[in-house]
Design a protein around this ligand. Structure first.
Ligand code: AMP
Length: 583
């Protein structure tokens, strides 16, 4: 009998990492990364995985799920004798995730000497062969490439003790169901199996029933809150890529102009870095995290309370229990790791009938988490566009106008009269006034930071875009493995002629100047698009691959973003031309 689902609630288990029976090398790695406490999903999952249970977890990106499965894998690895063949295999939908997850495991397991290798389509196979030959402990792979290596006998799964299916719903959406089945068949029956998925549709349940043995379950945000439990504040979110986060935060702060704000970060490192960046940009920011002594913290809080600092950049742990009267804004620099954490954070503002504002910066991959938070809190989070350079300019001009108006009302301007009088001998009065306004405007710091931040289009989770060939729940009628045997009819090689397939409603077509002759397969395109843009695998429409080119349908609203993303990436190690197809 599977366990009753447990919802990871905040107040239940204030468990620290040190309580989790992890070895000192791992605890040290976590401290050096600036993690202060386990996330709810980690608290629930780690003890069960350490006990050897299979696990079915509902968790999206942002919940800390990677560490939740990686730490028990590393703990197990450390207790095993050294061997050549991998003891754990993590399957992920995209190459970006393969790289990200493998880097994370490497960071956590550095002091244990863990050997981790990402293998994914698009990277030359030789490099991966070399890595595999040297001996590897944990392989993080996309299903297609994993199968390639299994067929070549370069990936041996007989010694596997743990298999993780990460973002299982995305993998199914991308048509990897058959590949996953084929891979699991090659693994020892007594392995430990972990399945993480952001959503739990029937197909995932079926998969779990087939491959997991008496799994423990960890469900995120299972119970909705009663109305009124979550504080009423204006809530909005901005979608930005990691690279533009700090700039976007500055832009949002400039438009919002908080009297005082807490900016929440996940780790101590992030707190320190962001505080530095913000101070460099001219804000008065103070850092607060668990690595600071009491005296230091008191000093920071005095500055914030006295209004000497306008921004307090803090981790959840450090900000727990703080009460700041003047607080107008709460900013989540990252999406919090659980809906409960979100509610705790935003509860800092909007007290005693004052209007509060909660702002969340979310990376494209974290949108699922935002949706979960909306569902649990039964409150809407408006997705807004990051203010553009024009918005910012308009705002600063407004401020300049207001200060000039104030100065005019105050009077006492005679001391400057001779300057204007002498200038008007040479220039028109209007021009003199314009120059003075320009100076005042520039004094607001307007010259800095005037770079456009690329817009990220929100992913449309529902309704799903219509797919011309429709019918199947999966992207491809028969999944990537059978595509290798020729693929579904009309999907792949169309002999170089432009196929007359109609576009689905609301969809646009993108032309890619590389095709089957360069080894491009549908899953390479899906992987590149899903990994590099905010589109999810299921939002991508029909894909046609000809010898020398490929056509991909994407929602009209995302065309520009996808083109930008594809232009900035390589497939099979190569750059290629990308444009909108109007044919
Ligand atoms: P994930 O949901 O696994 O993609 O993790 C999201 C982010 O949270 C990653 O940047 C991790 O480095 C970070 N993270 C994971 N666990 C913790 C933790 N306990 N405390 C702080 N940050 C964490």
């Amino acid at each position: 009998m599977p366990d009753e689902p447990t919802a990871p609630d905040e107040p239940t288990a204030p468990l620290a990492f040190a309580d989790l029976a992890l070895r000192p090398e791992l605890l040290k790695a976590l401290t050096s990364l600036g993690y202060e406490e386990p996330t709810p999903i980690q608290r629930e999952a780690i003890p069960m995985l350490l006990a050897g249970r299979d696990l079915l977890g509902q968790a999206a990106t942002g919940t800390g799920k990677t560490a939740a499965f990686a730490l028990p894998i590393l703990e197990r690895l450390a207790s095993m004798p050294e061997r050549a063949d991998p003891m754990a295999l993590v399957l992920v939908p995209t190459r970006e995730l393969a790289v990200q997850v493998s880097e994370a495991i490497h960071r956590y397991g550095r002091d244990l000497g863990a050997r981790v290798l990402p293998i994914y389509g698009g990277q030359p196979i030789e490099r991966q062969l070399h890595g595999l030959r040297r001996g590897i402990d944990v392989v993080v792979a996309t299903p297609g490439r994993a199968l390639d290596h299994i067929a070549r006998k370069t990936l041996q799964l007989h010694a596997l003790e743990v298999v993780v299916l990460d973002e299982a719903d995305e993998m199914l959406d991308m048509g990897f169901a058959e590949d996953i089945e084929a891979i699991l068949e090659e693994t020892p029956a007594e392995r430990q199996t972990v399945l993480f998925s952001a959503t739990m549709p029937a197909r995932i349940d079926k998969m779990a029933r087939r491959h997991l043995r008496d799994p423990a379950r960890v469900l995120m945000g299972r119970e909705a809150m009663a109305p009124g439990e979550a504080p009423l504040v204006r809530q909005s979110a901005y979608l930005v890529t990691r690279a533009h986060k700090a700039a976007a935060l500055g832009r949002v702060l400039d438009v919002e102009m908080p009297t005082a704000a807490i900016v929440f970060c996940r780790t101590r490192e992030e707190v320190d870095q962001l505080t530095q960046t913000l101070n460099g940009r001219g804000y008065r920011a103070e850092a607060l995290h668990g690595g600071m002594g009491q005296e230091q913290r008191d000093r920071v809080m005095r500055r914030v309370r006295a209004g000497t600092a306008e921004l307090l950049v803090a981790t959840d742990v450090a900000a727990r229990g703080l009460d700041i009267d003047s607080l107008t804004h709460v900013v989540n620099y990252d999406v919090p790791s659980a809906p409960e954490a979100y509610v705790h954070r935003i509860g800092r503002v909007g007290r005693a009938g004052r209007e509060g504002v909660a702002i969340t910066l979310a990376e494209p991959r974290e949108q699922r988490m935002l949706k979960t938070i909306e569902r649990v809190t039964k409150q809407r989070i408006d997705i807004q566009k990051v203010p553009t350079v024009a918005d910012l300019r308009a705002r600063r001009l407004g401020m300049t106008r207001a200060s000039l108006e104030e100065t005019l009302m105050e009077g006492d301007l005679d001391g400057f009269r001779t300057v204007v009088e002498t200038l008007t001998e040479q220039f028109d009065l209007m021009e003199v006034a314009l120059a003075a306004v320009k100076l005042a405007y520039e004094a607001t710091g307007a010259a800095a930071d005037e770079v456009e931040i690329p817009e990220v289009t929100p992913r449309a989770d529902s309704p799903r875009p219509a797919r011309p060939t429709g019918g199947s729940a999966s992207r491809y009628e028969s999944g990537p493995s059978s595509r290798r045997d020729g693929g579904p009819p009309g999907r792949q090689d169309s002999g170089g002629k432009r196929p007359p397939r109609p576009q689905g409603p609301g969809m646009a077509r993108i032309f890619i100047g590389s095709g089957s002759s360069a080894g491009i397969r549908p899953q390479d395109l899906v992987g590149a698009i899903a990994g590099e843009s905010s589109l999810g695998g299921r939002e991508i429409g029909a894909i046609q691959i000809a010898e020398r080119f490929a056509l991909v349908e994407v929602p009209e609203a995302s065309v520009d973003e996808v083109i930008r993303a594809l232009k900035g990436t390589t497939i099979k190690g190569r750059k290629f031309s990308v444009r909108r197809d109007r044919g």
